[in-house]
Design a protein around this ligand. Structure first.
Ligand SMILES: Nc1ncnc2c1ncn2[C@@H]1O[C@H](COP(=O)(O)OP(=O)(O)OP(=O)(O)O)[C@@H](O)[C@H]1O
Ligand SMILES: [Mg+2]
Length: 362
C-alpha cells in the first residue's frame, strides 16, 4: 500500500541542472514500480503553459508559490487516500465491496446492509461478509439474531502484523444463511483501540478472500468510516425524505467529490422510513442537483417483524414487494462476472430475479 507522495519543488530541482521537475515526473511515470505514486508539483511558475507542461509530464496536482501549508496538507491527504484506492484496484482483488452510508442516524443503513449482504449470499451461494464499522453502536449482528460470540474486539490485542485471514475468520460470526458477520465490539472502549491501519489491513485481507463485502458504516467521517468508504467499489448513500437528511446527503456528496470518488461509485437511495409527509423525490433532486437512483417504499410491517425476529426480509419474505426489491438490488450490485452469465446451479433467488426481470420486459 503506498504511503508516499512526491512533492516536486522546483527550488530543489533547479540545483540539478540536467534533471528538472518535469523530467523527474516523466521518468517516474515510465517506471512501473513507482508509477502510481502521486506527484504534486510545487513551483513559482503560474502560467497556464507551465501548468499544462506539468500535467503532461505526469503530475497529478500543481500548486504555485506562495502557498498555504494547510492547503498543501489537505491536498496531500486527498492524494494519499486516492493512491490507496488505485493500488487496491490494481491488485489481485476478488471481493466486491459495497458500503451503506448516511450522515444521519436512523435512516435504515443497518437494515439495508444486512439485507444486501444476505441477498448476495442467497443469490450466489458464496459466503459474503457483513462488516459492522459502526464500532461504537453497531447492531448488525442483532438484526440477524446472531449471538455476539466474536467481534472486532477480538482483533484489538493482536498486532496488525499477526492478523492473517485465519485470525480474521475466527473473529467472524456465522449466520445459518452462509453470511459471515464481523460485528461491532461489545465494549465501546475497544472501538478506540482499533487503529485505521489495522482496519484497512483487515478489509484488504477480507477483500482478497471473499466475493462480497458489505459495510454497515457509522454516520460520520471517522477513520473507520473513511477506511470503509475508500475500500468500497460502490456506496449506497441513504437518505430519508426530510430536510436534515437531504442536507447530510448533500454534504456527503461534497466530501466524496473532494476525496476524488467518481460519481458513479455512489448510488443515491431514498428510504421512505415514515409513512407520510415526506419531501418528494422531485424536490430532493432539485435540492441535491442530482438524481435519486432508487426509492425504497415505507414497509414498516416487514421491517419491524424482521427486526423482532432477527430475520431480514430478503431471506424471510423474498416474495413481498420489499423483499423482492432488496433481492433485485443485491443482483444489480453483484459483480459483472456473476450477473452476466447463468450460474451452473441457479439459486431460487436467482430464478426469482430473472422471472421478475422478464415480467418487467413484457
Ligand atoms: N423502508 C422502511 N420502511 C419502514 N421502516 C424502515 C424502513 N427502513 C428502515 N426502517 C426502520 O427504521 C429504523 C432504523 O433502521 P436502521 O437501524 O436500519 O437504521 P440505521 O441508519 O442503521 O440507524 P442507526 O443510526 O441506529 O445506526 C428501524 O426501526 C427500521 O426497521
Ligand atoms: Mg445502524
Amino acid at each position: 500500500m503506498p504511503s508516499h507522495i512526491l512533492i516536486v519543488d522546483d527550488d530543489q530541482l533547479n540545483m540539478m541542472p540536467e534533471l528538472n521537475g518535469y523530467e523527474v515526473c516523466r521518468r517516474m511515470r515510465a517506471m512501473p514500480e513507482i508509477n502510481r505514486i502521486p506527484i504534486v508539483m510545487l513551483t513559482a511558475h503560474d502560467s497556464l503553459e507551465e501548468k499544462v507542461k506539468g500535467f503532461e509530464a505526469g503530475a497529478d496536482d500543481y500548486m504555485t508559490k506562495p502557498f498555504e501549508p494547510k492547503e498543501l496538507q489537505a491536498r496531500v491527504k486527498v492524494w494519499l487516500r486516492r493512491a490507496v484506492t488505485v493500488e487496491r484496484e490494481a491488485g489481485q482483488i476478488v471481493g466486491k465491496t459495497i458500503s451503506v452510508f448516511s450522515l444521519r442516524g436512523g435512516v435504515g443503513v443497518s437494515s439495508m446492509a444486512v439485507n444486501l449482504a444476505a441477498g448476495l449470499v442467497e443469490l450466489w451461494q458464496h459466503p459474503a461478509v457483513l462488516i459492522d464499522l459502526a464500532m461504537v453502536s453497531g447492531h448488525s449482528a442483532l438484526l440477524l439474531n446472531t449471538p455476539l460470540k466474536n467481534t472486532w474486539g477480538d482483533l484489538v490485542p493482536i498486532p496488525k502484523e499477526e492478523i492473517t485471514i485465519d485470525v480474521i475468520d475466527k473473529a467472524l460470526l456465522s449466520h445459518k444463511s452462509g453470511l459471515k458477520v464481523l460485528a461491532a465490539p461489545r465494549h465501546p472502549e475497544d472501538a478506540e483501540l482499533l487503529e485505521e491501519e489495522k482496519i484497512i489491513h483487515v478489509l484488504d485481507l477480507l477483500q482478497s478472500n471473499y466475493h462480497y463485502l458489505v459495510l454497515d458504516l457509522p454516520h460520520n467521517f471517522t477513520p473507520p468510516a473513511l477506511a470503509g468508504l475508500d475500500a468500497s467499489h460502490a456506496i449506497m448513500l441513504l437518505m430519508a425524505p426530510e430536510i436534515a437528511s437531504v442536507r447530510g446527503t448533500s454534504m456527503a456528496l461534497d466530501v466524496f467529490a473532494s476525496l476524488g470518488y467518481p460519481r458513479d461509485k455512489v448510488r443515491l437511495v431514498l428510504n421512505w422510513i415514515f409513512e407520510r409527509r415526506g419531501l418528494s423525490p422531485k424536490d430532493i433532486n432539485k435540492v441535491l442537483q442530482d438524481k435519486i437512483d432508487l426509492v425504497i417504499p415505507f414497509a414498516s410491517d416487514t421491517f419491524v417483524s424482521s427486526i423482532n425476529l432477527g430475520r431480514p426480509p430478503v431471506i424471510d419474505d423474498p416474495e413481498t414487494p420489499i423483499g423482492a426489491l432488496l433481492e433485485d438490488l443485491a443482483f444489480f450490485l453483484s459483480k459483472d462476472e456473476h450477473r452476466k452469465k447463468k450460474p451452473e446451479k441457479p439459486t431460487e433467488a436467482w430464478k426469482r430475479v430473472v422471472k421478475r426481470y422478464k415480467a418487467r420486459k413484457n
